[in-house]
Design a protein around this ligand. Structure first.
Ligand code: SF4
Ligand code: SF4
Length: 525
């Protein structure tokens, strides 16, 4: 049966038409083989905008779609769901990131952008025709356990929220601290290994001296930040320096800091692995303003490499400046150092003025903190990626801010990057709610774009078994590789590395990739 394709062109509000000729793109789409419907929408990420396209897809009984919009991670679930409701197989919906791959890189080159957009359209339509419909299957979850790693403010909030979905929560706390939260609380407990996949995970837990196996349907990582492990030259030199959260807590008890107070972004100003994020910026402003209001006599300096307060917190700069708080910006070449001859003096080069400043201080505060040192072992056990800063990597910030790229594994609070208590609590609640909803379904979906082995070509060399980050390939009873498709995430690493070319990824076969590449390379850019 001849394929019937719908093309959706998203204006991404105004950005796309400001650079590209939508008329030329519409014409090219309409004149292409198999295209029976071309619809232009204002914002494909808005269901109301997409509705006319979906209605037309139903009327014209299209069986596949190519949507030109923005990043797949941000728009794909809602678009795919909408097409599924119209009876289109979800694996026949192709998304092209026109905004970030065409518009943004060529803002000052409209002709080049148009040529690239047209080439990408031809390539995407070529690929669309070659796609095959795929099915997903389901498997029952064997447990309703949600295991939460870390019983701090985020972990406790996650347990409270997950329990509302009727699941069993198990909190793992590394220390012996007593915690009030629903479900079981295992103290002196750490995750040391995991196998399986989201929905049916088997965790290995070290609880005190004992090793225990624990089934889990979902995991929430709520490890917190590396509060207790301040490292870096400034922390080494100024032994009584404090992290911002602790400084704030001390202020709340009525203690008056010794002035002048310096808040510096990181204990390692020349380091590469520390990241100062919104927590540090916003909370630095709030804390210093509160301190200045309470104790106007204390001199306060804020010394940052860059500072970008979040949203309306921007207004706090003005308030802080009017109160007399001094801001000093530096770059790595002029990073702050403690004067070796005078340990109570910080030397920093003011980037704006080019002047070398010497600032006497009574209290040194670090706004940023290192990541939790347990993150690496947890990421390895659960086979999830980390950021360059040593934090857990999340999915899409817009769509899945508390999810990881691995289904069934969620993350919140300072396991992502340093957060204030309020934000950590809110994120913990969100991650707990998502884990609860995930487990409440009782089933996992798997299949679709997964690897498949042609066993006649397999030489059982084990390369794929050793390479797969999700432990999906194994040597089966026929002494050939097989793929445990519940675990396969469709990353394609085994496909590229198999020396016998025995593995293919559904809908990313050599033929499909070569044909798309041929059209791309033959086109204009
Ligand atoms: S890498 Fe290829 S040849 Fe080696 S075991 Fe896996 S499928 Fe077989
Ligand atoms: S595509 Fe291959 S390497 Fe990637 S998850 Fe699946 S089996 Fe593992």
């Amino acid at each position: 049966m001849k394929a019937k394709v719908q093309v959706v062109l998203c204006k991404c509000c105004t950005e796309v038409p400001a650079l590209l000729s939508m008329e030329r793109l519409q014409k090219l789409a309409a004149e292409s083989n198999n295209v029976v419907s071309v619809v232009t929408v204002d914002a494909a990420c808005d269901g109301r905008n997409l509705a006319p396209a979906i209605n037309e897809a139903r009327e014209k009984e299209i069986d596949r779609a190519v949507v030109f919009a923005c990043h797949k991670k941000d728009i794909s679930p809602s678009i795919v769901k909408a097409y599924k409701r119209a009876g289109v197989n979800e694996f026949l919906v192709e998304l092209v990131n026109m905004r970030e791959e065409v518009v943004l890189p060529h803002l000052n080159e409209p002709e080049r952008a148009q040529a690239k957009a047209e080439t990408k359209m031809k390539a995407a339509l070529t690929r669309s025709i070659m796609l095959t419909p795929l099915e997903k299957r389901t498997e029952e979850m064997k447990t309703r356990n949600v295991v939460i790693i870390g019983a701090g403010v985020a972990g406790q909030a996650a347990a409270h929220e997950a329990s509302k979905a009727g699941v069993h929560t198990i909190l793992l706390e590394k220390t012996g601290k007593s915690v009030k939260a629903p479900g079981i609380i295992m103290t002196h407990a750490q995750l040391i290994g995991a196998s399986g996949y989201g929905g049916n995970l088997q965790l290995k837990i070290k609880a005190g001296e004992k090793l225990e196996d624990l089934g889990a349907a979902a995991v929430v990582i709520a490890t917190g930040g590396g509060w207790t492990t301040l490292k870096g030259p400034l922390a080494k030199t100024v032994k009584d320096a404090v992290p911002l959260y602790k400084f704030y807590e001390q202020m709340q008890t009525g203690s008056v800091p010794k002035g002048p107070v310096i808040v510096v972004d990181t204990p390692d100003p020349a380091g590469k692995t520390m990241k100062v994020q919104d927590y540090a910026w916003d909370d630095t402003l709030e804390t210093t303003i509160e301190l200045k209001n309470k104790h106007p006599e204390i001199q306060i300096f804020v010394i940052f490499q860059e500072m970008r307060a979040f949203g309306l917190s921007e207004l706090s700069y003005k308030v802080a400046a009017e109160l007399g708080i001094k801001f000093v910006r530096y770059d790595k070449a002029g990073a702050p150092k403690v004067d070796p001859k005078n340990p109570g003096v910080l030397v920093v080069k003011d980037f704006a003025q080019g002047e070398l400043l010497t600032i006497k201080f009574g209290t040194l505060v670090f706004a940023s903190i290192p990541p939790n040192e347990d993150n690496k072992a947890i990421a390895e056990a659960l086979r999830i990626p980390m950021t360059i800063d040593g934090a857990t990597r999340r999915g899409s910030i817009q769509r899945w801010p508390v999810s990881t790229p691995r289904p069934g594994v969620f993350v919140c609070g300072s396991a992502l990057f340093p957060k204030s208590r309020d934000v950590a609590k809110a994120e913990g609640a969100a991650a707990g709610a998502m884990a609860g909803e995930f487990v409440k379904r009782g089933k996992i979906e798997f299949g679709g774009i997964v690897a498949v082995v042609t066993q006649e070509k397999c030489s059982a060399c084990l390369t794929c078994v050793r390479t797969c980050p999700y432990e999906a390939p194994f040597i089966g009873t026929a002494s050939k590789a097989e793929i445990w498709i519940q675990a396969c995430q469709g990353c394609g690493m085994c496909v590229g590395i198999c020396p016998s070319k025995a593995i293919e990824l559904h809908n990313y076969t050599d033929d499909q990739i070569s044909e798309e590449a041929r059209v791309l390379l033959g086109g204009d850019f």
